[in-house]
Write a new protein. Structure first.
Lengths: 488, 479
């Protein structure tokens, strides 16, 4: 059986399972077929686990309890989420062959709900990058143009969904790593509010910024997946104890009365004019649907990138110290003593971008630099939060572009880290403030998708989805599919 | 201060392991002496993606120590990471409190050998995690045991108020006792549950600047601390007197030679890159919580001794012995509360119970003795049910968990004091021995001895001699 996921959303797949028109085994086989047909072009997966997935699918078919919407539905996991007994690498050489003896909480939740993970998606090494080019293993391509980057760091997850390999995938977002690849691939990606989803089992980059979220083709699918993975986890003391609402509750298509703010800084220098025009058109469509739209200011936006790269790299430098060759993962050969073991293992095990960020962070935390760097960055973070709070006193949502440009060519920017860092300018403030942010397709520039970013108040994913859904249903852009997805 | 023209300045950083059920940041058990790496889980091993959850009980234990040392409990706790690489430190950072110590500005009033009391100020206290253990095998491999990794510690940092090796010794001894009486640790030195980092420097008398300090880490014996300080005082004084300079260095105490040995010279401070731990939420400690912890804080050894001497009439030396451990003191209090005579209870605990513990090499809590049983036996003695001689057998029994009254009855270890019963026997004996009555009336005291002998025979030795004697005399007078 062949299944083209561009013709079925999660709700319809669920209905087919309930009505026994398809089985979990059918879906799992079809998904593995899709991957084998297209992954030589997309290179979205570091590994697949066909046997496990089929065995799980069989159990689910035998049990035949499809009361949960995600039961029997295949998915891809970013390879920084721990899967028990299945290699999890963080796309790093230093974890090659590492098989965790525990599941990430999101993996556990999805497994308990009967969703079937078919493989581990490629990513930038330890989620450090915006193009999936820092992966030790392979180079994922953009679903719309294989000469372009898929974005990152969750590039494999995004390409797998946009290329129609899987109906949904999970990614993680520290400074834009879900939203930007969603934008580059023309799909829907949400970074939930910090604390909405447990981080247990997510290989940490920056603990105060990391958050797991879904990639889907439609907004409704996205809300359905968020329903399945949200909630307090006693193993993550930064997860929120708030009750989890039904994220599909406000998907009416109506945005009348919603107050939307458009920060003028989000259309400033460095934003591609064609991208700006597409996004403005999308905002105009929301206005036409009944929302009120005003221009506002988030004055500290320009300091966001600097503050982010200090805080992120500081936390990462500490989080990545555990990869020392002593207990698990890669260990260098021919070491003379303990220090040599550390130096060689880490020198050979980490790639350049990871080393760059470890050095940045180690410096920012050092005794002579702490006040001028880490402490100052923390203060800027507070100012950015205050910027958002002020706007949210009068508005329900903030919208703008997700990324300053569409996807660029493979290898074009990898040697210019500063340019790469600046490309995160529109997504970073959302992580620093812990807010929910969604990217939905806002159309195309020169054949490449452009993302509309919708930012909400803390824990108000419902309203974010409400606007995203209304725009998506009005624009019908989700019906557009890349050439590769026509091959199933 | 016997160093000629110099005065000594000593500061101590004491680490005490707190005996919580589980570790500071993971649910693994805290237990000494088990097979290596059995008390561990993925958190202790620092696997990728694992997260810590702070143990509330460890924070409360930290608050207990802060309160017992007269410190201010911080209203807000934020955890910090102290970063360094070492195999016994699997995350390569230690979770500690650098910016928000659990307690600040405390003190301990230390009684010195000459009887004077000196206040040693305590700068701050931190709750933090202990490291694992590295051992270097004779096979050339190094081994890592993470059982201890994550055990909660309380670190107690004194001000440099200590002026001599003897003062340091007295401070440590009395600090240990304060900690014992918070109930957070048994502070067993041989198991490394209490360890001291020692900082010592010398300066000319009258100087307003401290000398360069030398550091000695992780000494787990108070005697070693004193010996190390005695050696350092002399060594530093000699260096200074001969015009030399003390380097900032780390030294190690060597017991066989009772000297200190240079480990490394410090070039500038270590940079641990402290920063706030982003994986743990900060903790607000409100007044209600502090009050609740204060209410559950066991009474100090000092106040217990005072109570024993002033109100229960116990000898000061005995009061000292009773307060050597929290377990003994609590046991004593519970026995007295169960109605036992305070003095007799003290005598039993200090005498027979201690002897039993020594003979069998057990701790009080490892025996099957309960305060209720000890009190029960003492009451049997007090009300004359058993004799002190019979009590010896009862004591053996209660040490292995027998109920004293049941045991005494079952084994016929009872004194008969019931006047009606005794009077019956007296009447019978007197009726059968008119000669003895005559002898008594004739002034022969020996006659009563004979009659008592007959009566004890009749009662199979169980008649209470005091009661029997009194009744017999009054009966004789009636005849």
């Amino acid at each position: 059986m062949t299944i083209n996921y561009f013709e079925h959303d999660l709700t319809s797949l669920h209905e087919q399972l309930v009505n026994k028109e398809v089985s979990a085994i059918d879906l799992t086989r079809a998904t593995l077929d899709n991957i084998s047909k297209t992954d030589d072009q997309l290179k979205a997966f570091i590994s697949t686990n066909a046997d496990d997935a089929l065995a799980q699918a069989q159990k689910i078919d035998e049990k035949a309890d499809f009361s949960n919407v995600v039961t029997g539905i295949p998915l891809a996991l970013k390879d920084n989420m721990a899967t028990k007994g299945i290699q999890t690498t963080g796309a790093s050489h230093i974890l090659e062959g590492f098989k965790p003896i525990y599941n990430a909480t999101v993996v556990e939740k999805l497994q308990n709900a009967g969703a079937i993970s078919v493989g581990k998606a490629n990513m930038d090494e330890f989620a450090m990058g915006g193009s999936t080019e820092t992966s030790y293993y392979k180079q994922t391509t953009n679903a719309w143009d294989h000469s372009k980057v898929p974005g990152g760091s969750s590039g494999g997850s995004a390409a797998a969904v946009a290329g129609g390999q899987v109906p949904f995938a999970l990614g993680s977002d520290t400074g834009g790593s879900i939203r930007q690849p969603a934008a580059f691939n023309g799909i829907v990606g949400l970074k939930p509010t910090y604390g909405r989803v447990s981080r247990w089992g997510l290989f940490a980059m920056a603990s105060s910024l990391d958050q797991i979220g879904p990639f889907t083709r439609t907004v409704k699918d996205n809300a359905v997946v968020l329903n399945a993975i949200s909630g307090f986890d006693q193993k993550d003391s930064t997860s929120s104890q708030r009750e989890v609402p039904d994220f599909t509750a406000k998907l009416s298509g109506d945005v009348k009365g919603l107050k939307i703010a458009v920060p003028k800084e989000y259309f400033g220098d460095g934003i591609d004019a064609k991208v700006a025009a597409r996004v403005k058109a999308a905002i105009a469509q929301l206005e036409a649907l009944g929302a009120t739209v005003d221009e506002v200011s988030l004055p500290h936006t320009k300091y966001g990138v600097a503050a982010y790269y200090i805080i992120m790299s500081s936390e990462a430098s500490s989080n990545l110290q555990r990869y020392d060759g002593v207990r698990y993962g890669f260990r260098a050969n021919d070491v003379k003593n303990l220090e040599d073991l550390y130096v060689k293992t880490r020198s050979e095990g980490f790639g350049d971008e990871v080393k760059r960020r470890i050095m940045l962070g180690t410096f920012s935390l050092s005794a002579g630099a702490y006040d001028a760097f880490f402490k100052k960055a923390a203060k800027i973070r507070t100012l950015l939060i205050e910027d958002f709070n002020k706007v949210f006193e009068n508005y329900d949502l903030i919208v703008g572009p997700t990324a300053p440009t569409p996807a660029y060519g493979l290898g074009e920017e990898i040697d210019d880290p500063t340019a790469m860092y600046l490309a995160d300018v529109l997504t970073i403030p959302v992580n620093l403030a812990g807010l929910p942010g969604l990217s939905v397709n806002a159309g195309f520039v020169d054949g490449l998708p452009v993302g509309l970013q919708i930012i909400g108040k803390p824990f108000d994913e419902q309203t974010v989805y409400q606007a995203g859904y209304a725009y998506e249903q009005a624009s019908r852009l989700f019906e557009q599919r890349p050439t590769i997805a026509k091959e199933y | 201060m016997g160093t000629g023209n110099f005065e000594t300045t000593i500061g101590l950083e004491v680490h005490v392991e707190m005996q919580t059920n589980s570790k500071l940041l993971s649910p693994s058990p805290v237990h000494y002496g088990d097979e290596p790496n059995t008390n561990t889980n993925v958190i202790d091993f620092g696997y990728p993606g694992v997260l810590p959850v702070a143990n509330k009980g460890a924070l409360e234990y930290g608050m207990r120590v802060a309160l017992a040392l007269n410190a201010k409990v911080s209203p807000f706790i934020r955890w910090d990471r102290k970063n360094y690489f070492y195999p016994d430190n699997p995350k390569a950072y230690q979770t500690t409190q650098s910016q928000t110590p659990i307690g600040t500005n405390g003190y301990l009033d230390v009684t010195l050998t000459d009887g004077t009391v000196k206040r040693i100020r305590i700068k701050e206290m931190h709750v933090e995690e202990d490291a694992g253990k590295n051992t270097h095998g004779s096979d050339g491999y190094s081994y890592v045991d993470l059982n201890r990794q994550g055990t909660p510690l309380i670190e107690i940092v004194s001000e440099p108020d200590i002026a001599s090796p003897d003062e340091a010794y007295a401070y440590l001894e009395q600090l240990r006792q304060v900690i014992l009486f918070t109930g957070v640790s048994e502070a067993k030195m041989q198991e490394g549950q209490m360890r001291a980092d020692v900082n010592v420097s010398l300066r000319p008398f009258g100087s307003d600047q401290y000398g360069t300090k030398v550091e000695m880490k992780n000494i787990n014996s108070f005697n070693y601390v004193r010996n190390a300080l005695i050696f350092e005082e002399k060594r530093q004084a000699e260096v200074l007197r001969s015009g030399g300079i003390i380097q900032q260095e780390t030294r190690r105490y060597d017991e066989p030679t009772k000297s200190t040995i240079l480990m490394r010279v410090k070039e500038g401070a270590d940079d641990y890159r402290y920063f706030p731990e982003p994986d743990l939420a900060p903790v607000v400690i409100n007044q209600e919580w502090v009050a609740e912890v204060a209410e559950n804080l066991p009474k100090s050894a000092d106040s217990r001794r005072k109570h024993y001497v002033d109100e229960l009439g116990i000898e000061p030396y005995d009061a000292e012995v009773l307060t050597q451990t929290l377990a003994m003191s609590d046991f004593y209090d519970a026995t007295v509360a169960a109605g036992a005579d305070p003095k007799r209870t003290a005598n039993y605990l200090i005498g027979d119970v201690n002897a039993y513990m020594n003979k069998n090499q057990v701790e009080l809590q490892e025996t099957r003795l309960t305060p209720e049983h000890l009190a029960g036996m003492i009451k049997l003695i007090e009300d004359g049910t058993i004799s002190t001689k019979q009590a010896k057998q009862v004591f053996e029994a209660i040490m292995i968990g027998e109920e004293p009254e049941t045991f005494a009855k079952k084994n016929g270890l009872v004194q008969l004091s019931d006047p009606d019963l005794l009077l019956g026997w007296i009447t019978e004996v007197l009726d059968n021995n008119p000669q003895s009555i005559e002898d008594f009336k004739g002034g022969k005291d020996r006659a009563t001895g004979y009659l008592i002998g007959q009566l004890m025979k009749m009662s199979k030795g169980q008649a209470n001699p005091g009661v029997l004697n009194k009744l017999l005399l009054s009966e004789l007078k009636k005849r």
